[in-house]
Design a protein around this ligand. Structure first.
Ligand code: ZN
Length: 466
């Protein structure tokens, strides 16, 4: 079955083009300024009139946490509801970060567990980042084997939390990852700083949400970013990717390493760090919605992160989608922020926020939006050019976006299971109208019309950073 999409405006990281697209067998067969109904290649094709619409590559979110078990709570979106939300927001591929497994388990444990959670449930294409909770030689051998056999070509390390790795362990991981061309994704916060403040604030009874950002200051992020980059350099410029960069100080450390010529480094930020302010924590109830790590920051941080995107200094915008219910799970932190499950929804909101708040407001260009939401994530995850671009041979993953439609963001219009959005009441320009996954329309007029299990497991190639 072929489909001819005509009359639309295609956006890639290269620019904005008046183009028609012919798709078949789940792939893009060709693009041209005009492919009309008399084109022999398009004989018998279904037709989609895209006049007045922007056509983007399906967006790629390489930082989600579907079905995440954090011990004190389990994220409310499983791989079905979470990927339905992703699809409705224009995201056709995710790479999910695994939870830690039981203490002492092999990295294989969670790979198997995540296939069990996702296979047959996901409705967009999906891959996994592995997780390292130790750095002994058995774990590193497993990492290399998992990369080879599963196409899991990136692994996450934490510099805080119980499963964190210390500098010696990080060196072992980084040296091996460099040799194997595996990307190491790092959660960068200094464990000593964060633990010191959390213990101190609990002791002093400072347990309202307004103490949450104070307990995880920008210095904690900046120090960990700086140290990670130094360790990576010492390990022979091992490939590292800083997830959810939140602060100007953290950004400055990344910038410094780039300026010094360090290669194989990348950085991600998220809409919440571009758009939301730490003042949200001043309301002890509303603040619970935004308890996440790292925390929301200040205007100067947001300005710096937007500027980095405008100047092509950072690589991607992902979501860290990790939703808990406000009425239920988040209330575990009502008396003490350290007991609140950490995370917020966002997988559905990302693309349209980047359009409405980024492109429409002149902070980034349309091609930059595509680069940060689609193309670079595919590159970093080792999925390019199968994903993240509108080119002959790529998967026919496409988003038709109405650039003019105006609406108000409210929880009721979103498709995830969370009972809130951090962007409630925000005036939005632009709407995801149709989403096509490998040639099949799975979202139409904002409604999900696909089938559970439509998503394919993605065996990923080598990251562009590795
Ligand atoms: Zn995360």
């Amino acid at each position: 079955m072929k489909t001819r999409i005509f009359g639309g405006t295609v956006v890639t990281e290269q620019g904005v083009f008046r183009k028609d697209i012919l798709i078949g067998d789940g792939r893009i067969l060709k693009t041209a300024e005009t492919i009309d109904e008399n084109d022999p290649d398009a004989a018998g094709a279904e037709e989609i009139n895209a006049a007045g619409k922007l056509i983007l590559p399906g967006a790629v979110d390489i930082h989600t946490h579907m079905d995440l078990d954090v011990g004190i709570a389990r994220a409310i979106d499983d791989f079905y509801s979470g990927t339905v939300a992703a699809a409705c927001g224009g995201t056709t591929a995710i790479v999910d970060h695994m939870a830690f497994g039981p203490k002492g388990c092999s990295p294989w444990h969670q790979v198997k567990e995540y296939h069990r959670l996702a296979d047959g449930n996901a409705v967009v294409d999906y891959g996994f980042h592995g997780v390292l909770q130790s750095a002994d030689s058995a774990a590193l051998d497993d990492m290399a084997e998992i990369a080879r056999t599963e196409g899991i070509t990136s692994f996450k390390v934490y510099m805080t939390y119980d499963g964190r790795l210390d500098d010696l362990e990080l060196m072992r991981v980084l040296e091996r990852a460099g040799k194997e061309h595996i990307l190491i994704c790092a959660h960068c916060e200094n464990h000593g700083i964060v633990t010191f403040f959390r213990e101190k604030f609990v002791r002093e009874g400072k347990t309202e949400t307004r103490w949450h950002p104070v307990s995880r200051p920008a210095e904690a992020e900046a120090e960990a970013v700086s140290r990670l980059l130094a360790l990576a350099r010492a390990a022979g410029e091992a490939p590292v990717y800083i997830v959810h960069l939140s602060s100007r100080r953290g950004l400055e450390e990344f910038r410094r390493a780039k300026k010094a010529g360090q290669e194989h480094i990348g950085a991600e930020t998220c809409p919440q760090y571009l758009l939301l302010d730490e003042k949200l924590y001043n309301d002890p109830q509303e603040g619970l919605k935004a308890v996440m790590a790292p925390p929301l920051r200040r205007q100067a941080d947001r300005d710096a992160l937007w500027q980095a995107l405008a100047e092509n200094e950072t690589d991607t915008v992902a979501t860290d989608h990790c939703p808990f219910t406000f009425a239920g799970q988040k209330q575990q932190g009502a008396e003490d922020f350290t007991k609140c499950p950490s995370g917020a929804p966002g997988v559905e909101e990302r693309l349209i926020l980047l359009y409405s708040e980024g492109v429409v407001k002149g902070r980034i260009t349309l091609p930059q939006m595509v680069k940060y939401a689609c193309t670079n994530p595919a590159r970093v995850a080792g999925l390019y050019p199968r994903k993240g671009t509108v080119e002959t041979g790529a998967d026919a993953d496409l988003v038709l976006l109405d650039p003019e439609k105006e609406w108000t963001m409210t929880t009721g219009r979103l498709h995830g299971k969370a009972d809130y959005t951090c962007y409630e009441g925000m005036k939005i320009r632009g709407a995801v109208e149709r989403v096509i996954l490998r040639g099949k329309t799975i979202v139409l007029n904002g409604n999900y019309i696909g089938t559970r299990g439509d998503g394919l497991y993605l065996r990923r190639g080598t990251s562009s950073l590795a």
